[in-house]
Design a protein. Sequence first.
Lengths: 293, 293, 147, 147
Amino acid sequence: MARITASVYTSHVPAIGVAMDLHKTQEDYWQPLFAGYDFSKQWMKDNKPDVIFLVYNDHATAFSLDMIPTFAIGTAAQYKPADEGWGARPVPVVKGHPQLASHIAQSVIQQDFDLTIVNKMDVDHGLTVPLSLMCGELDPVKDAWPCPVIPFAVNVVQYPVPSGQRCFALGQAIRKAVESFDEDINVHIWGTGGMSHQLQGARAGLINREWDNNWLDLMINDPVACAKVPHIDYVREAGSEGIELVMWLIARGAMADVNNGERSGPLPQVTHRFYHVPASNTAVGHAILENKE
Amino acid sequence: MARITASVYTSHVPAIGVAMDLHKTQEDYWQPLFAGYDFSKQWMKDNKPDVIFLVYNDHATAFSLDMIPTFAIGTAAQYKPADEGWGARPVPVVKGHPQLASHIAQSVIQQDFDLTIVNKMDVDHGLTVPLSLMCGELDPVKDAWPCPVIPFAVNVVQYPVPSGQRCFALGQAIRKAVESFDEDINVHIWGTGGMSHQLQGARAGLINREWDNNWLDLMINDPVACAKVPHIDYVREAGSEGIELVMWLIARGAMADVNNGERSGPLPQVTHRFYHVPASNTAVGHAILENKE
Amino acid sequence: MALDKPYKDVPGTIIFDAEQSRLGYWLNQFCTSLMKAENRARFLADERAYLDEWAMTEEQKQAVMARDLNRCMALGGNIYFLARIGATDGKSFQQMAGSMTGMSEEEYRNMMLAGGRSVEGNRYIGEDGDAQPHRQPQGAGSKKEGN
Amino acid sequence: MALDKPYKDVPGTIIFDAEQSRLGYWLNQFCTSLMKAENRARFLADERAYLDEWAMTEEQKQAVMARDLNRCMALGGNIYFLARIGATDGKSFQQMAGSMTGMSEEEYRNMMLAGGRSVEGNRYIGEDGDAQPHRQPQGAGSKKEGN
Ligand SMILES: [Fe+3]
Ligand SMILES: [Fe+3]
């Protein structure tokens, strides 16, 4: 039986990818941020998963207004890093896991989540920046990501985006799906995006350190309550793009202490936690939670 | 307040479109089929809606395997009849209703249905054949369909397709959405596809008249029970493509006698009912149900 | 996979699920390409050359060239995609469906006019209906292959 | 429409909902076209001619040519789509976001280094935070316009 052993949470700020691609990680501006991921890179080596289920949002890259899926799961064999207008990031191609992805799609649709199945898509910074942060700089040709990745894209661009509760319930359905897969493999689930940021208008640059950290506390310790936070709170307190945080609830809902919409049993172990301001317009949040027997 | 006053159910066999486009409706083969729609064409004239919410499935036309949405709602201003390989049908362009469609999308997503929003798509026989059957032959340039149409495409091509219960619940959500629209307009909801047919293999040509008619009875009189019919029953009893019938449950779920997943109040009026074999490979079913005070 | 697939015991029927879809991805993509008139023309002019542009298996290519739709379906094709091949050949859905049974066009059409194929004996593999494996091909096809 | 839009009372913030999306459809489609290098070149060579190929309103075209992102957003643009214009100009997300406040690049960058913009007074329209309408534009922009 496959199992989810850990969840990883991280912002996916495009400027972080640029800093890595231009080898600026040791500059004064960036050094404190990347220092927060030193532990994580070692942890990834020591706890290499067989597959990463990576929840992110597409930023008008693979999906234009022609078609806006609320939830899209990638079942392809591979995904190219996208050209978002500045040229494609020089990182390895992302290998998929068609078999597990199709299995999850089938199971989750039968649990009444109305997924869109995607077999052809380029992946933008929302997916590649978390991989870079957790795996370090890699040569686009000679190196490879440590394992296959299943991209799971959530619409947070056009309202209405899915509610925190819907995302939290989806995480539970994904765990059920993974646990009904026959192969004995180790899966990590990642929630990406956030923390507080606003990329528009007179309020651009909003950062709410206190709200971010309270939200993170709640997400870890009382995810049932966290899932009930309404959209408007994210927008008002954490900026219009802070809404990306709902995606973290998908990963949190897939942890072993969540059953039938409630918490039961011990909390996951908080292996790592980090918070930093700024990265470009954004506050950066990061955590690693592990299921421990 | 907008309201749903009637639901229409009909098969959408492509050969019916061909027969109309080639003016063969009075031939021996076709005459009995089209006779069953004479009443309906008059009823459409006498009960012209302001908008038709048309549930159908795309047949690998607008959606290839690159992207397979479980539920897709069209919010565009217009949709061209598709070229499915034999050239586009000579029928008028389908005008959309972007405002109501966007309103329904927003409301239904907030009721935890994970729709894909589509702004660019050609519509195939699944959508245009029901319109032709109910509105008669129209000149593609000089004529127009009687009102705007909101296309709602359901995946019934690649398994798993949504369950009957999911479809039935969706119909209820659509009714709520329509009733929260401020304009005072009259909406019809159509469920299309089916009835029994199988287009593949040694079992091609399967027709199950008895099962079809029992299912139709159940759909009209006890939709709650009908929604519980599992997929495998459709496949086994009504052929592999008989599964399209689940789409009728979306329209049925939107009728006034369905509340909170249960039936309450009087059954809708059965204004018309018709069944005929064959149309090409298919049994043809048709019904008109009206909400009457 | 531990997911339930109750549809495996229906005779003469292949359900197009995620597994079939993976198998037939390039076959179905090839079919989709035939929705453009210029591709239909190129395919008809040199089938082999056109098929070689796609990452299909040799078996899939042979099945397409033989217009063996049953074989195409077993190899991951889906009928709505495969219909593009029929459209390219100027065939209707009824002709395509009939071709999978072994019956002649007229036999199949007459069966439909008489009310279609009965479900009796055709619900589960192992019964004795006309869609069961041991009774294939049907109609004219059975005579041809029978001698 | 009777749907609740609780996000209308947040200062300096336009939520990209179905209504905005309808308004900005062609503006955002134009932006998407800039993901191709040849289109970026054509746009830069003759902005007006390139914009005239799209079913945008005159107001939208003027806002694009003026690089007035606030105006573009009010007219239905979404920041992720509008970012393609910035990419075409070689601008970063930080430069684009800053440009909407009236602050100079350095002022905005320094605000971020100091911990970002405070939420105090910026939660509801009518409070007195720096993002409120009566305090625009900010920074260098306020001086320029003030004289
Ligand atoms: Fe993001
Ligand atoms: Fe159909």
